[in-house]
Design a protein around this ligand. Structure first.
Ligand SMILES: *[C@@H]1O[C@H](CO)[C@@H](O)[C@H](O)[C@H]1NC(C)=O
Length: 238
């Protein structure tokens, strides 16, 4: 009910908007080409709460923050509050560029969490958008003893940064995670370069995979109260 009201407010407004908070599971707010999601997919593995707020934005970028506290199930991801790009699936090999910027900060780093992009691709253009054949994660922040799926297969410079690259399975998904050694709190890149690396170095079939999602957010394991503030996130697909 609350979500419906918020959505209709968002739809009715043009230009700058007042802050809107969502605390319910999978509550969303749409802002131009962006969608904010209070995703709490793994919340049943622990105890806690989370609210996500749209602070403003335009077609050029979106500002939001999320405040959470989670305990229990210490090696399980609880949630993924995120900003995503509303997009039409497109074959990765037909994409020229995916320019994206992320400016963010955490007010409490005594937490076990990551700050990461999450992109899904699949051979089926109609695949559900909460998974894929492949998952590409870009970890800009890594706090506490948490790590990505799989093991390190390479270290490489991609999109202007050096990353440890992990690979492993998440159910049926083949996951590649690029992990920065230190938090990258001001990120400006072309995500297509990550797919180019995967295509050239890891036999990723770019001509058989549709890009389904481009999302940026945080995955809390345990800790808090902590607030991730995203001053500006932008992404587009060309
Ligand atoms: C957000 O980033 C985009 C892309 O760099 C930029 O065009 C836009 O002006 C930024 N917005 C703010 C509020 O800084």
């Amino acid at each position: 009910m609350k979500t419906t009201q918020i959505l209709s407010v968002a739809a009715a407004m043009a230009g700058p908007i007042a802050a809107q908070e969502i605390c319910e599971q999978y509550g969303t707010i749409t802002q131009g080409p962006y969608i904010i999601n209070n995703n709490m997919w793994g919340m049943d593995s622990g105890t806690g709460s989370q609210c996500t707020t749209l602070d403003g934005g335009s077609d050029a970028g979106v500002a939001w923050h999320t405040t959470w506290t989670w305990s229990g199930g210490e090696n399980s991801v609880k949630t993924y509050p995120n900003s995503g790009l509303v997009l039409e699936p497109k074959l990765v090999s037909d994409i020229t560029s995916i320019p994206s910027t992320a400016e963010w900060s955490y007010d409490n780093t005594d937490i076990r969490a990551d700050v990461a992009y999450d992109l899904f691709t699949a051979a089926d253009i109609n695949h559900v958008t909460y998974s894929g054949d492949y998952e590409l994660m870009i970890w800009l922040g890594q706090y506490g003893e948490v790590g990505p799926i799989g093991s390190v297969i390479d270290s490489a410079e991609v999109g202007g940064q050096t990353w440890d690259i992990y690979n492993g399975p998440n159910g049926d998904m083949n996951v590649y995670s690029f992990v920065a050694a230190e938090p990258v709190t001001s990120f400006d890149t072309d995500i297509k370069e990550f797919f180019t690396y995967l295509t050239e170095k890891q036999s990723y079939p770019a001509d058989q995979q549709y890009l389904l999602t481009v999302q940026f957010g945080t995955e809390p394991f345990t800790g808090g109260e902590a607030t991730l503030t995203v001053k500006n996130w932008s992404a587009s697909v060309a």
